[in-house]
Design a protein around this ligand. Structure first.
Ligand code: ATP
Ligand code: MG
Ligand code: MG
Length: 354
């Protein structure tokens, strides 16, 4: 069978490889600085990230005729063209302006309001590459944001949700239930899905992401991060890849987001994923590994094997349980095994279950 090559060798590529194993689909994640690889003409190429540095091997992989969604990556990797796409498709998103060489803070305050978020057009993640402008403090646009960022209105959202969906090569669409996400300081800390109170937003979320997937002729998994403001959804950003807010599907769905993506890219059939039960995903950020987590019933640990650094995504834990009391009991035990600020995270989960 043909091989699936992944541009990038981080945890997302590793989890795609893991998902390919039971299908006997050989998935190989390739580091940007790796030597060139032996590519077959029938092989398929995908990516775990929307932007990659130029190197011998990234040039080789990205030039392959079977590089799936090739044209989508640059379009979504730049927030400017991503926002333009949302506007073109009339999909609600935070009001925005592009920041040019001459753009002043005053013009942004008058267009977008007194609090404005600058976001670098490319390369930002986990809330890095962002800068708040506050009229009350007369904040000016920093020099290094000129010509390379967009400005967004501050959205007073009620909460953050995401939709992860997949499209196969024949255009069939598949969606997971909406996921509720907690971000602290711009970084995802926890996700919960499904949630019955979000079910009423599912059709509108599916029609938004479905429109995007179809209009881009996209194949594979895409994630749509949204703000919920009352009963409205507004897109925050799109990720043309498997996404952290879809990690819960490894435990909570019969087909994980990684398997969907591998199947779609390899041209295998997709089917609706069965949701097993409510699932909680806890991201492990900047914490030392504690094998005690494994002693908690229901814990499914993914530890990425990276060097421990403050603020770095090092792993995640999924807990799925058909009985909510079991879910709560496991989370309670895990909570005692994680440092600050995790008590806050577990309290948030507790408040939002059901
Ligand atoms: P990711 O790791 O998800 O790729 P990122 O660095 O690309 O993150 P965003 O998702 O754009 O950044 O923003 C990070 C977080 O900042 C959001 O999840 C949200 O909590 C907050 N945020 C972003 N845009 C706005 C906005 N317009 N108004 C209010 N809060 C915002
Ligand atoms: Mg992002
Ligand atoms: Mg985001």
């Amino acid at each position: 069978m043909k091989k699936v090559w992944v541009l990038g060798a981080g945890q997302l590529g590793a989890m795609m490889k893991h998902a390919g194993l039971p299908l006997n689909v050989d998935v190989e994640a390739v580091a940007f600085d790796a030597p060139k690889v032996s590519l077959g003409s029938d092989d398929a190429v995908t990516a775990e990230i929307e932007l990659w540095p130029q190197s011998a091997v990234t040039d080789q992989l990205s030039a392959h005729p079977n590089f799936v969604n090739k044209d989508v990556f640059p379009r979504l990797a730049d927030r400017y063209t991503q926002k333009q796409l949302l506007d073109e498709l009339s999909i609600a998103t935070a009001p925005w302006r592009v920041v040019e060489a001459e753009t002043t803070a005053a013009s942004l305050y008058s267009a977008l309001g007194d609090t404005v978020l600058l976001k670098r057009r490319t390369g930002g993640y986990d809330g890095r590459g962002q800068y708040w402008l506050k009229n009350a403090e007369s904040t000016q646009v920093p020099e290094d944001f000129l010509n390379q960022s967009i400005a967004e209105q501050k959205i007073p959202f009620d909460e953050e949700v995401s939709l992860v969906g997949a499209r196969d090569k024949d255009g069939n669409l598949f969606f997971y239930p909406l996921t509720l996400n907690l971000h602290l300081d711009g970084i995802l800390m926890a996700s919960v899905s499904p949630l019955s109170r979000l079910a009423q937003l599912q059709p509108v979320a599916e029609s938004m992401l479905g429109k995007l997937l179809t209009s881009l002729n996209y194949v594979g998994v895409m994630a749509m991060e949204c703000f919920r403001v009352g009963d409205q959804l507004m897109v925050n950003e799109l990720a043309p890849r498997v996404h952290n807010s879809g990690h819960w599907t490894q435990a909570g769905a019969s087909i994980s987001q990684f398997e969907y993506h591998v199947r779609a890219v390899a041209g295998l059939p997709l089917a609706p994923a069965r949701i097993k039960a409510q699932t909680v995903m806890i991201n492990l950020i900047g914490v030392e590994r504690n094998d005690g987590w494994l002693g908690v019933e229901g814990t499914e640990l993914y530890w990425y094997g990276k060097e421990v650094r403050a603020g770095r995504k090092l792993g995640h834990i999924n807990v799925c349980a058909p009985k909510q009391s079991d879910l709560c009991a496991s989370l309670h035990q895990l909570s005692s095994l994680l440092p600050e600020p995790y008590p806050t995270v577990f309290e948030w989960v507790d408040r939002n279950l059901s």
